[in-house]
Each structure stands twice: as structure tokens, then as C-alpha cells.
Design a protein around this ligand. Structure first.
Ligand code: FMN
Length: 200
């Protein structure tokens, strides 16, 4: 697929068939994620791959708050046969930037203008979404409710210094899904509104 087509076609897809995703395609998606840029080439990220019905079921049961999960959103999302949970690790960045070529040996967190660990992992997340689109698949990045983070960690044995930045469902689109989510009620902001040339 042409790059511009990939960008234009990438939308969050929230409804899937239960057709499995070719493991070779999943491997390409994850390999491309590792091509994301990272500050100091720290690569302080990890990706939990859930690609069996049992593991995907454990994801939903450990991240869905009690009393939720019976709506249309969940009904479409739980059919996705693959979930990738990108996680960021602040410690890896602080370690990396204390090395000789960077020299922030005091490990002071005020050096960081923004949390590069989350930014870099988010960039990897975008490559997951774009590669899924290029493969003709659907994908959706979504948040894990904060009150469910600990049960998610416990279910999958995630180390304390790795934080899930969200999760990505991947699967075959269920038909021509109309635009859903916030994009159904809001329009894309035009260039002139968000690009400030020469000065704000
Ligand atoms: C950081 C982030 C968190 C998001 N969280 C959710 C979410 O929890 N549930 C959901 O359905 N969509 C979520 N989205 C998807 C956005 O709603 C979507 O990207 C936006 O409405 C624009 O639509 P599009 O991506 O289809 O163009 C999230 C997107 C981002 C980047």
C-alpha cells in the first residue's frame, strides 16, 4: 500500500471478526514497532503480545472494571484475536542518560522536559497501527483504566518499573465499519487552526 494510503486509511477500528491474524504479520507489526525512534536510543519499552483466546480473555477480565464490559464498544473489541500492550520504562532512560556520552549522573528527573519514555513507546504504538493498516487489518489504541492497572500487572507478571501506556487490539475488520468513537462526533482540526507559521 502507498504510504499516503496507509495514513489516510488508518482509523481506530473497534469491531472485528474472529478470524485469526497470521503470526508472520504479527511479527512484522512488532518488528516495525522496534523501528520507532527513541531518545538516546534508549529503547526503554516492552510489548506484551497476547495472541491466544485464553490470553486475550485474561486481558479483558483483568482490565474491565466490575459492572462494565457489556456495551457495544466491548462487544466489538473483545473479538480481536490479538492484543499488544506497549509498556514504557522510565528507569531505562534514567540509566541511559547517566552513561558517559550523556552524563546526567545525578539522575535528576527535572532534566526531562517531557516523559520521553512514554513518547517513544507511543511512537512505537503508531508504527503498530500503521503496519496493521498496511496489512489490511484493523487496530485500535485504547487506555487501560487506571484502577485496573494493578490487576493487569498481577495477571501478567509485569515488573513494577514497566508501565502500560495503553493497549492495541489487532484483527480483521468486521465489514466496512463506520467511523466510531470521538471521531464520529468531532471533525479533524484544519491546518490553519493548529499550525502557527513564524509566530503563534
Ligand atoms: C492516547 C490515546 C488514547 C485513546 N484512548 C481510547 C480509548 O480508551 N477508547 C477508544 O475507543 N479510543 C481511544 N483512542 C482513539 C481516539 O478516540 C481516536 O484516535 C480519535 O477519536 C481519532 O479517530 P481516528 O484515530 O479513528 O482517526 C485513543 C487514542 C489515543 C491516541
Amino acid at each position: 500500500m502507498e504510504f499516503q494510503q496507509v495514513v489516510d486509511r488508518r482509523r481506530m477500528i473497534r469491531s472485528y471478526t474472529d478470524e485469526p491474524v497470521d503470526p508472520a504479520v504479527v511479527r512484522r507489526i512488532l518488528t516495525n514497532a522496534l523501528h520507532a525512534p527513541s531518545a538516546g536510543f534508549s529503547q526503554g519499552w516492552a510489548f506484551l503480545l497476547l495472541d491466544s483466546p485464553d490470553d486475550v480473555g485474561r486481558f479483558w477480565s483483568s482490565t474491565t472494571p466490575a459492572g462494565e464490559g457489556a456495551d457495544a464498544w466491548s462487544g466489538g473489541m473483545v473479538r480481536a484475536p490479538v492484543i499488544v500492550v506497549p509498556m514504557s520504562c522510565k528507569r531505562e532512560y534514567i540509566d541511559r542518560y547517566a552513561e558517559g556520552d550523556k552524563g546526567w549522573t545525578d539522575r535528576d528527573e527535572s532534566h526531562w522536559p517531557v516523559p520521553y519514555w512514554d513518547i517513544d513507546t507511543g511512537m512505537a504504538g503508531l508504527l503498530i497501527l500503521l503496519t496493521a493498516t498496511d496489512e489490511g487489518l484493523g487496530a485500535c489504541f485504547f487506555g487501560i483504566p487506571p484502577e485496573m492497572t494493578e490487576s493487569f500487572r498481577a495477571e501478567f507478571g509485569v515488573p513494577a518499573d514497566y508501565a502500560p501506556i495503553g493497549a492495541v487490539t489487532i484483527g480483521h475488520r468486521a465489514g466496512a465499519e463506520p467511523v466510531t468513537g470521538s471521531a464520529a462526533t468531532r471533525s479533524r482540526r484544519p491546518l490553519g487552526e493548529v499550525v502557527h507559521r513564524s509566530s503563534w
